[in-house]
Design a binder for this molecule. Structure first.
Ligand code: MG
Length: 157
């Protein structure tokens, strides 16, 4: 068994779509980044890459790569799944927390779980998504950005 941990932060900006777990969520701002800036999927990818001992997401998917510009992070997750297959790993479970002051994210959890379990080809029961507010504190509480944390357990075949 191999455990992996990932975290990511992206700033919020006007004129950007808010995409979390591959779901576009209606909101006045969206996350800013080179890809679609899906902070949840980036934390998950980093956790899986970490569990495999393969460094981090930036090594494999650098934000200087023009082919990654504006792409859905579900495609990055798909690539990470391919790395898992190549290295002989299977996902046992994944637990993640999105840290965001607004908007309410709970209604979108089922679709996020479905997107992630579809790409990773695991049961939806293996994927747990949560959200936390920071009660108005810090850069997240003031609506300047969002963060996400994820832990995964992988089994080496
Ligand atoms: Mg990121």
């Amino acid at each position: 068994m191999h455990i992996g941990f990932g975290m990511d932060v992206h700033p919020l900006a006007e004129g950007r779509p808010l995409i979390l777990g591959g779901v576009e969520i209606p909101f006045e701002k969206g996350l800013l980044g080179h890809s679609d800036a899906d902070v949840l999927l980036h934390a998950i990818c980093d956790a899986i890459i970490g569990a495999m001992g393969e460094g981090d997401i930036g090594i494999h998917f650098p934000d200087t790569d023009p082919s990654l510009k504006g792409i859905s992070s579900l495609r990055i997750l798909k690539e990470v799944k391919r790395m898992m297959e190549k290295n002989g790993y299977r996902l046992i479970n994944l637990d993640a927390t999105i840290v965001a002051e607004m908007p309410k994210l709970k209604p979108y959890f089922p679709q996020m779980v479905k997107n992630i379990s579809d790409v990773l080809n695991v049961s939806e029961k293996a994927i747990n998504i949560k959200a936390k507010r920071t009660e108005g504190l810090g850069y997240i509480g003031s609506g300047k950005g969002m963060a996400a944390y994820a832990v995964v357990l992988l089994k080496k075949q």
